[in-house]
Write a protein that binds this ligand. Structure first.
Ligand code: HSE
Length: 409
């Protein structure tokens, strides 16, 4: 049986998918029937001769299409298109993390009700099959912790800036030119894209539902050159991490975090993504690969099409909202960077009563970096108190910067 495919969107990923379908579709039992694009006046060389190009509605209403691939991006229009396709009993594949993180429970239920496939491997971590792994393949075990680099754009920017080869704005521009960044790159650098992806993974691994707005999120847009220098001096590198810890209350967090330079996530550079999961029986597993860009993402879509053609079964999940811990209860050792000199006596006096103990204090070898303090394990709430206590005179220039440290898995 050949699966007849309609594609909505012919941008970076849509164009890549059409290229893959032209090269390998016949061999894989997939045939491209119709493509929808926003601007129908533009020539589309990637669409093979004879394949009609039209509107989203034409693809969804085409009875000769079995599966609709949504690659138009955005939220409302894409959500409406996916719903309509499912209501017409067409299977759906999407790379849209905004839609899956906001409406995944409802769309999974609708797909199950009409008994068609709904797959979204490309919505998280590009070519890594992490959705399938968490949804089906690790069902025999329980995931207790997850550490992820889930945004190729941020990882690319942080890698380039930490190596000192590019400034933030140049690195972002290069990520955009490479097709890694979102149409609005604020979604990448604010951490919102990572929070959406983490919410999808946590919903799958916990069996409860986690909306992206509930993930405590900090982006990479205010990381200074001095922060990279401080991390380097201590043997660390800054990564935008997506973090999950199981507990009576589940903990979820997205934040720039210090990791050892030689750890698996520390060595994950450029647009590569990494996901480490700790399971209660089998221990740690690491998945690593390209998390953004044309072919890594298009290949994940192709993977889903093949799985739908095979009639792959899904494990069903409950969707009660997850009980989350407060962001302030996150515990870790921390780096506090104070942009000035401070004596041991003054440090002790200021930290008294904050619940933060110092494990190392040193003056940076770079004058502009200031004083570096590594703390013992402390909560985010206690660290905020310590930041207040160490802020003197002019808060804008003297407030210490804090980064949690995530030890090697
Ligand atoms: N903008 C996203 C990223 C694309 O950089 O990871 C892939 O989801």
């Amino acid at each position: 049986m050949t699966l007849r495919v309609g594609v909505l969107g012919c941008g970076v990923v849509g164009g890549g998918l059409i290229e893959l379908l032209s090269q390998r579709g016949e061999q894989l039992g997939l045939s491209l029937q119709r493509v929808a694009v926003r601007d129908q006046t533009r020539p589309r060389r990637e669409v093979p001769h004879g394949v009609p190009i039209g509107t989203v509605e034409e693809v969804i209403r085409d009875d000769a299409i079995d599966v609709v691939v949504e690659l138009i991006g955005g939220l409302d229009h894409a959500y409406a298109a996916i719903r309509q396709a499912l209501e017409r009993k067409k299977a759906v594949v999407t790379a849209n993390k905004a839609v899956v993180s906001a409406h995944g429970d409802e769309l999974r239920a609708l797909a199950a009700h009409v008994q068609v496939g709904f797959r979204y491997e490309a919505s998280v971590a590009g070519c890594l099959p992490i959705v399938e792994i968490l949804e089906n393949d690790l069902i025999f075990d329980r995931v207790d912790r997850l550490i992820g680099i889930l945004n190729g754009t941020c990882n690319f920017i942080l890698s380039r800036c930490s190596q000192g080869s590019l400034q933030y704005a140049e690195a972002l521009r290069e990520a955009q030119l490479n097709g890694f960044a979102e149409a609005d790159p604020t979604l990448d650098v604010s951490g919102a894209d990572t929070a959406q992806k983490l919410a999808i993974l946590v919903t799958l691994l916990s069996g409860g539902s986690c909306a992206p707005e509930r993930v405590s999120t900090t982006g990479i847009d205010s990381i200074a050159k001095e922060d990279h220098l401080a991390a380097e001096e201590l043997g660390y590198v800054i990564k935008l991490l997506a973090l999950y810890r199981r507990g009576d209350r589940h903990q979820v967090r997205v934040a720039p975090t210090l990791v050892p330079k030689s750890s698996a996530v520390g060595l994950t550079v450029e647009e590569y993504n990494a996901v480490e999961v700790e399971c209660s029986h089998i221990g740690w597993q690491l998945y690593l690969g390209k998390g953004a860009g044309r072919m890594p993402t298009a290949s994940a879509v192709l993977h889903d099409l093949v799985r739908i053609r095979e009639g792959a079964a899904r494990v069903s999940r409950s969707n009660a909202p997850l009980t989350l811990a407060s962001p302030g209860s996150w515990t870790a050792p921390w780096l506090l960077r104070i942009p000035r000199e401070i004596s041991v006596a003054s440090l002790g006096a200021r930290l008294a009563g904050t619940g933060v103990d110092v494990s190392e204090l040193r003056r940076s070898k770079h004058d502009s970096v200031g004083t570096l303090i590594l703390t013992q394990e402390a909560s985010a709430d206690a660290i905020a108190k310590a930041q207040d206590a160490l802020t003197v005179d002019n808060p804008a220039s003297s407030r210490p910067v804090a980064f949690a440290v995530e030890p090697e898995a």
